[in-house]
Design a protein around this ligand. Structure first.
Ligand code: AMP
Length: 179
């Protein structure tokens, strides 16, 4: 990691709030709301992602419900790309494609509008936290179902001990903060 990236990571870590035992015992929830409320720090993180992907030919930025929306929108604006919301099953009004992934108990399903990504389009997938990688892997599957190309997976925070990268083998993953 470069000295600039290291300094940004340290700064962002100092602003993100750890909330123990949310939403259930044993989970340390990474609360990014203090970061969203900090104009200077939020601007810096958006710029860092835009710098990482500028020139990559990305035309759509996918935000994963719900905190991913808040990151995807300004990153898309900075890259001159469109924004696509990926939502939990049943929330989108038009024709959708769906992908399911395993949770600790049961499965969850994510959907995207069927016309949101065109064949051959280069897409950036964005979310706040990469944990086990199941969510991001399902979103990459959605992009590829529509013939899109996943140009990158951008995660603000990566929980390395959960080894989410193993579910995203061969993908270009960029995280600003690692725990
Ligand atoms: P996963 O599919 O396990 O990689 O989980 C990723 C999704 O769960 C993301 O949409 C995150 O927002 C959320 N998530 C998982 N773990 C945490 C955590 N410790 N703090 C905040 N969000 C989390």
């Amino acid at each position: 990691m470069s000295a600039t990236a290291e300094a940004l990571s340290t700064k962002l870590k100092s602003i993100i709030r750890d909330v123990p035992d949310f939403p259930k015992p044993g989970i340390i929830f990474k609360d990014i709301t203090p970061l969203l409320a900090d104009h200077a720090a939020f601007t810096e993180l958006v710029q860092a992602f835009a710098d990482a992907y500028r020139g990559a030919g990305i035309t759509k930025v996918l935000g994963i419900e719900a905190r991913g929306f808040l990151l995807a929108a300004p990153i898309a604006m900075a890259l001159g790309a469109g924004i696509v919301p990926v939502r939990k099953k049943g929330k989108l009004p038009y024709k959708t494609v769906a992908a399911s992934y395993a949770l600790e108990y049961g499965t969850d399903t994510l959907e995207m509008h069927a016309d949101a990504v065109k064949p051959g389009e280069k897409v950036l997938v964005v979310d706040d936290v990469l944990a086990t990688g199941g969510t991001a892997a399902a979103v990459c599957e959605l992009v590829e179902k529509l013939g899109g190309r996943v140009a990158g997976v951008a995660m603000l925070i990566e929980l390395e001990f959960l080894n989410g990268r193993s579910k995203l083998a061969g993908r270009d993953i960029h995280s600003l903060i690692k725990y």
